[in-house]
Ligand binder design. Structure first.
Ligand SMILES: Nc1ncnc2c1ncn2[C@@H]1O[C@H](COP(=O)(O)OP(=O)(O)OP(=O)(O)O)[C@@H](O)[C@H]1O
Length: 346
C-alpha cells in the first residue's frame, strides 16, 4: 500500500472558551476522534453545517492547529513529534493554505511581487534571479498579467487577490493545498473562474486538494471524495459520485436533500431541533437528537466506522438502506418527527 500524503489518526481538538462570566470557561469539542487519509493527487471535499469543525479539520491537516490528542502525519512523518524547525519546513514547503477572504489574508502594504517572493525568501529557495523568475512563473500560472507585479492588494479586484493568494500557496510547489471557503468572499461572477483555476492547477501540478465549503453543489462537482462532518465528528466519507443517492448516513442524506437544485425531492428531509452545542455534545452519536432513526443504541455509543464499498465508510447504528430513495426518507422522517413547529432543515 502506498503511504498516504496526509493522515489524521484519532485526532481530538478541544478549546477552552469563555462562556458567560469572566472566570467561566467551557470545553469546546471542535474535532473528535477524527481519522482521515488524504492520498496524493485527490480532491477531498468537506461539508457540514456551520461550526461542525470543517476549518479545524483543515487547519489540523496542514499543521496550523495542533491536536489536543491523536496524531497528524504528513508524507509519512508525524508532524508534532518533529523539531519545530523540521515542522516549519515540512508544512511551509509541503502544504499551501488558501483562506476565505484574500483581502485579509494578504499583507496590504506589500506589492504582489513581494507577497509571492516572501515564501521563497523565508525557505531560501534559489538565488535572487531565480526567485524573480519564479514570481513571474507563478503570476503566469494563475493568470495574473505581469503588469500587476508592483500593485498593492488593495488595488486589485477580489478575483485577482484570490489569484495572488493561490499563487502564494503554490510558491514552494506543495503536494497538498487546503482551500477553506475559497470563493465565499468573492462576487458570484468570478467564483466559477477561481474554482476552475483551482481544478486546472490541481490537474496540472498533481496536487492533493482539500476543499472546505458550504456550497455543497460545488463540493460535489469538484471532489473525488466527500467527507461529511457533524458536531466535530466525521460521520461519513463517500465517493462524490455516490453522495446523492448512495450515502448511508441519515445526516448526509438530509444535508444533501436540503441543497436546492441537486435532487428534486418533495421537500428536504425534516430534522427536529437545533444542532447541540459543541460544549455539550450528546452521548453516543451526536446526530441522534435530530435523527428520525435514533433509538437507545444511538445514545449508548458512537458507532464504529463501517465499510460500504470502495472509499466509502459511515458511522451509524441505523444506516439508510442501499438504494433507498430520498423521497422515501422524507416520508419516513416526516412520519416520525414529533412537533412540526420545531422542525428545522440542515
Ligand atoms: N479558537 C477557538 N476557541 C474556542 N472555540 C473555537 C475556536 N475555534 C473554533 N471553535 C469552535 O469549534 C467548533 C468548530 O469550529 P470550526 O470553525 O472548525 O467549524 P466550521 O465547520 O469550519 O464552521 P464554519 O462553517 O462556520 O466556518 C465551533 O463550535 C467553534 O465555535
Amino acid at each position: 500500500m502506498t503511504t498516504p500524503l496526509a493522515e489524521l489518526d484519532a485526532v481530538h481538538v478541544v478549546h477552552r472558551a469563555r462562556t458567560g462570566g469572566l472566570w467561566s470557561r467551557d470545553t469546546v469539542h471542535a474535532l473528535t476522534a477524527a481519522t482521515l487519509t488524504i492520498a496524493r493527487g485527490e480532491t477531498v471535499g468537506v461539508v457540514g453545517e456551520s461550526g461542525c469543525g470543517k476549518t479545524t479539520l483543515a487547519h489540523t491537516l496542514v499543521g496550523i492547529q495542533r491536536p489536543s490528542t491523536g496524531t497528524v502525519t504528513f508524507r509519512g512523518e508525524e508532524l508534532w513529534t518533529m523539531s519545530p524547525a523540521a515542522r516549519r519546513e515540512a508544512i511551509g514547503t509541503g502544504t499551501g493554505m488558501i483562506f476565505q477572504d484574500p483581502a485579509t489574508a494578504l499583507n496590504r502594504r506589500l506589492p504582489v511581487r513581494r507577497i509571492l517572493r516572501d515564501p521563497l525568501d523565508v525557505h531560501g529557495r534559489g538565488g535572487p534571479k531565480q526567485r524573480d523568475e519564479r514570481v513571474k512563473e507563478l503570476m503566469d500560472l494563475v493568470g495574473l498579467p505581469p503588469g500587476l507585479a508592483d500593485g498593492l492588494p488593495g488595488r486589485l479586484s477580489g478575483g485577482q487577490r484570490q489569484r495572488v493568494a493561490i499563487a502564494r500557496a503554490l510558491a514552494l510547489e506543495p503536494d497538498l493545498v487546503v482551500a477553506d471557503e475559497p470563493t465565499s468572499a468573492l462576487d458570484v461572477s468570478v467564483r466559477a473562474q477561481i474554482l476552475n483555476l483551482l481544478l486546472d492547477l490541481k490537474e496540472r501540478l498533481g496536487l492533493a486538494l482539500v476543499f472546505v465549503s458550504h456550497d455543497i453543489q460545488t463540493v460535489r462537482r469538484m471532489s473525488d471524495r466527500v467527507v461529511t462532518m457533524y458536531l466535530g465528528r466525521i460521520v461519513e466519507e463517500s465517493p462524490a459520485r455516490d453522495i446523492l443517492d448512495r450515502a448511508r448516513h441519515p445526516y448526509t442524506r438530509a444535508l444533501f436533500s436540503a441543497t436546492p437544485g441537486l435532487l428534486d425531492p418533495i421537500d428536504p428531509i425534516p430534522l427536529v431541533g437545533p444542532v447541540p452545542s459543541a460544549t455539550r455534545p450528546p452521548s453516543g452519536c451526536p446526530f441522534r437528537t435530530r435523527c428520525w432513526k435514533a433509538d437507545d443504541a444511538c445514545a449508548a455509543a458512537m458507532p464504529d466506522a463501517e465499510d460500504a464499498g470502495p472509499a466509502h465508510t459511515f458511522r451509524c447504528h441505523h444506516p439508510v438502506d442501499e438504494g433507498e430513495s430520498t423521497h422515501d426518507l422524507v416520508a419516513q422522517a416526516a412520519a416520525t418527527a414529533p412537533a412540526p413547529t420545531t422542525r428545522e432543515h440542515p
